[in-house]
Structures are given as C-alpha cells and as structure tokens.
Design a protein around this ligand. Sequence first.
Ligand code: ADP
Ligand code: MG
Ligand code: ZN
Length: 618
Amino acid sequence: MKPLLKNVLILILSLLVIGAVFSAASVNNKPAVETIGVTALVGKINQDQITRIEVKEDTLSAYTADNTEFIVKKETTESLSELLTNYGVPAEKILNLNVEVKEPSLGVTLARSFLPTLLFVVGLSIVLWLFIRQMQGASSRAMTFGQSNAREVNNKNNRITFVQVAGNPEAKEELSEIVEFLKTPKKFVDLGAKIPKGVLLMGPPGTGKTLIARAVAGEANVPFFHISGSEFVEMFVGVGASRVRDLFQKAKKTAPCIIFIDEIDAVGRQRGTGMGGGHDEREQTLNQILVEMDGFDPNLGVIVIAATNRPDVLDPALLRPGRFDRRVLLDLPDLKARQEILTTHTLNKPVAKDVDLRRIAERTVGLSGADLMNIVNEAAIFAARRDKKTIQQIDLLDAIEKVILGPERKSYVLSEDERVMTAYHEAGHAIVGHLLPHCDDIHKISIISRGRAAGYTMSIPGEDRKMHARQEFLDDMAMMLGGYVAEREIFGEITTGASNDLQKATAVARSLVTQYGMSDELGPRTYGQRDDMPFLGRNAHENRDYSEKIAEKIDSEIAKLLHDALETATAVIKSNRPKMDLVVTALLKNETIEKEEFTTLVGPAITSPKLTPKPASN
Ligand code: ADP
Ligand code: MG
Ligand code: ZN
C-alpha cells in the first residue's frame, strides 16, 4: 500500500502544479491599468474619448487617442455592440469605434473547457482503481486460502547438515540412504529399486526430529517444504484437503525435494475413534494425504518425512507399505550423545577453561536435546547477567537446575519454622536415598524454593539405564516418602509439602503392580491397556480389562507396597537421626549442600550388590 500512497501523492502534486501554471498564465502582468465600469466606458464613448477597443472574451481594453488603456469587464455571452446599444450609445458612435476581437488561443480554450472534466475523470479513476485493487486483494486472499502455506527452506547460509545433529548414529545411517537417493536417483532406478516415499520420525519431544529432517534436505541440497500438521486443520472445512493437494503439486514441480509434515498426529490420528470434535475435517485431510502419497511416482524424487511423538495414535493406513513404511526412532540422548549435543551448542559461544561438559552430561540424565540447548542458552544468560566474558561451569550447573526445577524464587521467603521443617524434609529424602543401596546418587540438597517446591533434593543415576529392577523401584519409593517420614518422625506432624512426593510414590506403586508384573499377589500380567511407548504423555482413558474384584486387589497391593516403603524409610530415619541433624544444621546455615559436603557429613553411600545368576539346583 505504501508505493500506492506515494503515487497518489505525486499525482495530486502534479495536478496542483498544472493548476498553478494555468492561473499564473492567466494573471496579467502588464503595468497596472485602471479598471472602469461599463457606464464609465459608455460616458467616455459618448464624449468621443475612446478610439479603439480590443475584445478578448469578457475583457474589453479601451484605448484613448493618447493610448491610455482602460479595462472593462463584461459578460462573455453579450457582444460588444449589443452591450453598447443597450446602454444607449448611438449607432454611429459604435460604428466609429475601431473594434478588434482577439480570439483566445486554441490550447487555452480547450484547456478551459476540458480541464474540469479531465480532473473529474482522473479523480474518479483513482478512486475506482483503489477500489478494484482492494477487491482484488480480498478475492485473491480468498483464492489462496486453500493453498498450503508450506515454507520452502533451502538457503545456503542456514543449511543444516548431519554434523549439527549430535548422537543418533542409527537414525543418521538410515536417513543417509534417503539423501543418497535424492542426490543420485538414477543409480537406484536403474536397478529397479523402489525408493521409499515416506519416512516417519518418532521420538519424544525435543529429540531433534525437526532438526534431522532439515539436515536430510541440507545434505541432499534439495528444497524442503515444511508444514505442521495443525496447519492443515483450520476453521474452514475442506481447507486441509486442498492444502494437501496444493502442497504435493508444488513439491512435484520442484522435485527432487522433501515434504516435511511436522506433528503429523494432529491430522493422522486413527480415524473414527469418535473422540473430540472436528473429525470430518481431519479425516478428509488424512485421506487426501494418503491419496497423494499413492498418486505420485516413487521415482519422481519427492520424499515425505513426517514427525510425531505419538506414533501409537497414528492411523494404521499411514503406516502401510508404500506410505510411511520407513520408521526412524530418535531416542533421548545417552551420556555420550548428551556430551556431543552440549559440545555442538557451545561451539560458537565463549566458554571458560574450567567447563567440563562431561560432568554436565552426567548431570542431565533423561533430558532431551532441546533441554540441553536450553541449558547452554540459560548458562550464557547467567554469565551475561553476572558480567562475565565467558561461560563458566557454575553458570552451566545453575542452568541445569533452572531448566529441571524452574527458576529460583528468592522472594518466596519461608518463616523460620518452615525453613526447619523443609530442611528436615529434604534431609529425610537425602538420607534415605543415600543409605538405600538402589537409589541414585545424591548430588545436591537445597532449601531455596524453586518453581513450586519449597526445597529439593537432586539425585542423578550414575549411568544411563534401559532396565530397572524391582528393588530399585522399592528403594525409590522409600526415598520419595523420606520427606514425609522425616516430618512425621521429627515433628509428629505432616505438612502439605509432601503431597507431590505421595503422588509420585503412588504412581510408581501402580506401575509396579499393573504394568511390570512385580507384585506376587497379582502375578505376571498387565492390568488396563496402556500403549507400549514409554514416551507417551499421559493416558487420558485407561481401558479397563479386569473385574471389580481385581480392582480391589490392585488397590490393596498398591497400599501394601507404599506401606512397606514407609516402613523402610522410617527405619532408616529413626536409626540415623544424628546424621540428619548434621545435614539440617548445614542446610539452615548455607541453604544448599553439594554432593562432596554431603558425603563428608554422612559417610559414603551404600551401593547395590551386582546381580549374579543363582547356582543351579536340582
Ligand atoms: P523435535 O522436533 O524432536 O521436537 P527439534 O528438532 O525441534 O525437536 O529440536 C529442538 C532443538 O533442540 C533443535 O533445534 C536443536 O538445537 C536441539 N537438538 C535436539 N536434538 C539435538 C541433537 N541430537 N543434536 C543437536 N541439537 C539437538
Ligand atoms: Mg519438532
Ligand atoms: Zn519431598
């Protein structure tokens, strides 16, 4: 709209200039001449003073014998002789006058008669033009609305390659095949190989699915159409399907290329489950995706990559051969991968010599790549706010806590009683965790409130583990109840501060009974259907596949497990009161205790015995 406004302004200005020129031209710049009325002129004629009259439209110039000029205005329509006759000038006097009629120049006449019309027409055209433009804008917006607004990304400076994706060697290997096809399709086609059309990236949020998809495009150096599943689903019915059609059309034109559908579960959920509204729209979109995927020639060079963290809810039709039949799993990074990710993200930042990324990686078990990136970023912010030139280890350590536990709330001041209570609560967790063989190492205890917790005890597993034994769960539950037990044993009172601990312990007990078959009473089976993917968010509806009688048994079994955990924790706390008092004193003084200080206070941790096979018995 800006250039348009400028044009209009220029137009108006030039019209003004033209007008000014015209009026300047019509101004008479001869020396001032006396203007007289018609009556005065008639008087002068009657007295024979006037010898010559020039008529120029409505202006009469009357000249005396000595060439003095008088100007007289008359109406244009009336001729001079008529005028004089009407004023009673005798006819012979009129004949005696030497009258010259000067016609105005053709240009001026034309301009005079047409200029108003012209201005009017021009003005009208401008208004019409503006109007039409606006209408076209609106209608073209209406037309594009079924078009996909997939963004095509392939700029040179922002190119992402596999180097930027740390860890995930298997995923990279699987995807380099795709890269190769995009680069040299002929090699595969000549051998009659059918190239996969669709690749499904699965993994918890923040594990680099979007990143690796872009890296594939970057490696192959082909265009990359990025669209998110939710963009297909809009307010208007039918938009999704037409966007899909448009997207594939664009892609086919630019082949070889990659279509990346992020968060495909937004449209690709199982059809007809009847939950939630807006089904038809999603189904149509999904159907259109399926139709398009079946429709194009596999050797065209269009590869559809989709990402989801809910593979379990996807419609089976999407996973059929010929569609998303390649599946690539991106898992949470292990120790080595975490260190690599941290290295990648600190490359372009000034890092102090004391930084030990391995130690940071050790402390971040269970965090995703996105979390790690966030930690490095928070550390840089800490360093800047502390007026440092480089990022130091302490900034990274503080950033971990901020990311895991939320920001410190220094303003959330506890009363003295609450501080003591919190100190015992946290010391309870720490002592139980420290002295039970299967719990994770205690890394830090604090009574500075963070997020919603009044204090916290940070325990971190020594290594990445894929499997967990029953005894570990039992010890963990005891540690979770350690705070509760400490409050109860030492103050004879329980506060609301323990409610989150109780929730967590109950959840562990429930999984033990219903998922892992770890309860003797209920045996080796699962209760209730849960999806087998460990990274599934919460399950909204448990599908009950057991009787009321079993439900009661489950409840009593959960209660029993929790009761046992309570006993274990109570025993530890009762027999270690002096150690707890030491920890509490230190906490009240310094607010936080690090791992080393804690070990000095309470002695070394008790570690779990290795599991060994039993000797054969007969
Ligand atoms: P997802 O799509 O799986 O939710 P993203 O690809 O959006 O995750 O990851 C978010 C950010 O986290 C990325 O931009 C990247 O900076 C960082 N990240 C995640 N995984 C990795 C990794 N393996 N290597 C390097 N950076 C990673
Ligand atoms: Mg993503
Ligand atoms: Zn607690």
